[in-house]
Ligand binder design. Structure first.
Ligand code: AP5
Ligand code: MG
Ligand code: ZN
Length: 220
């Protein structure tokens, strides 16, 4: 199963990706999470990416494409993957197509989580994330079981630096100009499925399972 998740900042890609990944036993690969990990570890990639991310700009395509290619080479991607936040430009989408074609593989689904703009600011400003495992929470809609602690790994959850109102607006503009064209890109390849992301988190997940199919391993 090879899936990409599309949707504006705050659509719930990361939230749904965690559930999809565990139900369908495919690795969740978030370019945003990989960049943030590199930033916290002060790697050369992290140092290069930091300014773009803090200002809500996209990291340059070549850096991002090389990073994702090396991630897809890892053993756990052999039976599929779930990409969250990649591709984000037509150049990235074309690079992914070329990469998969060389391996005689192709994508199964591009799943768009559709959420109108007026929901987004509230979601982003209330979001808290786990810096260790990438889990996403919301102070109102999805609070952790213990205040301030990640349910999964117990780390202290924090606010993302790019979740300020001004940066969110910048990210939304970039989504409209650079990433939105991917909707038509995947529609023209008959790969696009759309799920409404405005319902409760578990209801959105049910809609996703209806699209992806109920054929999964219950032990996972
Ligand atoms: P990235 O980390 O991918 O950020 P994003 O795309 O802006 O998306 P978010 O992670 O903000 O939102 P999400 O859809 O995952 O929502 P979440 O589930 O957390 O990228 C960050 C930066 O890295 C980019 O700006 C760029 O600089 C760089 N970058 C990354 N990939 C790149 C690429 N390919 N090329 C170049 N640069 C790249 O949910 C949001 C909140 O809402 C949470 O609080 C959650 O609990 C809550 N919520 C979720 N679903 C619901 C629901 N149904 N009801 C109520 N609340 C909900
Ligand atoms: Mg995310
Ligand atoms: Zn955690």
């Amino acid at each position: 199963m090879k899936i990409i998740l599309l949707g504006p900042p705050g659509a719930g890609k990361g939230t749904q990706a965690k559930s999809i990944s565990s139900r369908y036993s495919i690795p969740h690969i978030s370019t945003g999470d990989i960049f943030r990990k590199n930033i916290s570890e002060k790697t050369s990639l992290g140092i290069e990416a930091k300014n773009y991310i803090d200002n809500g700009q996209l990291v340059p395509d070549d850096l991002t494409i090389n990073m994702i290619k090396s991630r897809l080479e890892q053993e756990d991607c052999r039976n599929g993957f779930l990409l969250d936040g990649f591709p984000r430009t037509v150049i990235q989408a074309e690079a992914l197509d070329r990469y998969l074609k060389l391996k005689n593989e192709s994508l199964d689904t591009a799943l768009l989580i559709d959420v109108p703009r007026d929901f987004i600011l509230d979601r982003m400003t209330g979001r808290r994330v786990c810096p260790s495992c990438g889990a996403s929470y919301h102070i109102k809609y999805n609070p952790p079981m213990i205040l301030g602690k990640c349910n999964i790994c117990g780390s202290d959850i924090v606010q993302r630096k790019d979740d300020t109102e001004a940066t969110v607006r910048e990210r939304l503009d970039i989504y409209d100009s650079q990433t939105q064209p991917l909707i038509d890109y995947y529609r023209s390849k008959n790969l696009l499925s759309i799920v409404q992301g405005t319902k409760a988190i578990n209801e959105v997940f049910e809609s996703i399972c209806n699209i992806l199919g109920r054929d999964y391993n219950d032990n996972n």
